[in-house]
Design a protein around this ligand. Structure first.
Ligand code: ASP
Length: 416
């Protein structure tokens, strides 16, 4: 049995649904299909999390609804009507959540509202496939992916999820060959909807593959495979035919957005290969990621913009050792700030982190009393795996290097 994951870009319109259907028609055997919210719908739903004026909220919900109904219109009857009926219930549910879910519990509210994107997209995909003669069952991932209560970044309980994959997915798969379920979303033991972090649908595919001992996972993308750099930012990119789990996890961790960083671990743990394939050309080989540990022949580079660099020196001249480090990391954890790079000396700790959520002022508050604090906002973190001097020179030309760290295969540079 295989696991396929289709991201938002792959199901953003009727053309996308047609391709999903063609790919599934051409695939033999059992397939678990994991689908994200359509297009940029997660961003649109995020805007409904803060309390909006009722007319404005309704305007935004209406736009989301119309976008989905237009795509659902491509479903052939009688499946279209059935899909419309369930979608109507989902939108009533969304309206209720936006209006009534307590605003004081922001992250819980976020998960309840934002998860609806995946629910809706899978209803449409499942209905479309049925109308095309592809028998399938829609399965609610909230009955399967069991997590803790850490909203927006929930941790998966693999044992409980394995039991539920057996109960809800594998039995159905025997009868129907194809099941369609949501990426990104889960349910906590305490009875709340949770999400696994933005772009988390890849991770869901890996979790399900792990729990069901799948033969492979394929992530269908709008790129030919994993490239050595982001083609939107760099010219002359090269597609990588093969990557080891280790290179893949390092590249994803440093910010290569083609795969969610959490995806690799469950697959490596069970030696399940991951294919990244072009949605527009399903027979192309794409990239295969597995346990084969051969080094890449080209440097890979990853740029992470919108970082902040913070330098902390204890005012009392105490060493950057256990006590200071535990206070510093505790503050980062409490504010849920993700560290991208760090370096320390006797009395200095430098840390680069993603400042997308504008956490810098909160961190300054946490540290200002006991540390001398310096910072640079809006810097770029550049990672080159399998670096060479020519690549470093190209990247750093005319720029100010604020921090540099090298290991045998990887160099990281914070650039202004
Ligand atoms: N829909 C979610 C997001 O946009 C999850 C995903 O697409 O993987 O972050």
């Amino acid at each position: 049995m295989k696991v396929f994951k289709f991201g938002g870009a792959s199901v953003k319109d009727a053309e996308g649904l047609k391709r999903v259907s063609a790919i599934l028609k051409a695939t033999q055997g059992e397939v678990i299909v994991v689908v994200s919210a359509m297009g940029k719908i997660t961003n649109a739903l995020e805007k409904l999390v803060p309390k909006l004026d009722a007319t404005e909220a309704e305007k935004q919900i209406r736009a989301i609804e119309e976008y989905h109904l237009a795509i659902a219109n491509e479903i052939k009857e009688p499946y279209r009507n059935a899909a419309y009926e369930t979608l109507q219930k989902d939108f009533t549910n969304l309206r209720g959540l936006v209006k009534d879910h307590p605003i004081n519990n922001q992250d819980e509210r976020y998960d309840s509202i934002v998860s609806i994107g995946e629910i809706i997209s899978t209803r449409i995909v499942s209905g479309y496939l049925s109308a095309e003669g592809i028998i399938n069952e829609w399965i609610d991932a909230r009955n399967v992916i069991t997590t803790d209560d850490c909203h927006r970044d929930a941790k998966v309980d693999f044992d409980k999820t394995t039991d539920k994959v057996n109960t809800y997915i594998l039995k159905t798969l025997k009868e129907k060959r194809i099941v369609v379920t949501q990426g990104f979303i889960g349910f906590s033991d305490k009875g709340h909807v949770t999400t696994l972090g933005r772009e988390g649908s890849d991770y869901t595919a890996a979790i399900i593959a792990y729990c069901s001992n799948a033969e492979s996972v394929t992530i269908w993308k709008d790129v030919p495979g994993v490239l050595n750099a982001d083609p939107k930012k760099f010219k002359d990119t090269v597609k990588l035919d093969h990557l080891s789990y280790q290179d893949a996890i390092e590249l994803a961790y440093y910010g290569a957005s083609v795969i969610h960083p959490k995806t690799i671990k469950p697959l490596q743990n069970k030696n399940i290969p991951l294919f990244v394939k072009p949605f527009s050309d399903p027979s192309a080989p794409g990239t295969c990621i597995d346990a084969d540990n051969n080094h890449l022949l080209v440097p890979c580079f990853i740029s992470r913009p919108n970082q902040a660099l913070l330098s902390l020196s204890p005012k009392d001249f105490s060493f950057i050792a256990e006590e200071n480090l535990s206070y510093i990391f505790d503050s980062f954890a409490q504010l849920r700030v993700k560290v991208s790079m760090m370096q320390h000396s006797a009395i200095n700790f430098s840390v680069c982190f993603d400042n997308g959520l504008s956490k810098l002022p909160h961190l300054l508050d946490a540290f200002q009393d006991n540390y001398r604090v310096l910072y640079n906002d809006n810097v770029e973190l550049f990672t080159i795996r399998y670096y060479d001097q020519a690549t470093i020179d190209k990247i750093t030309a005319g720029r100010n290097i604020l921090l540099e760290q090298r290991s045998r295969y990887t160099i990281q540079l914070v650039l202004k």
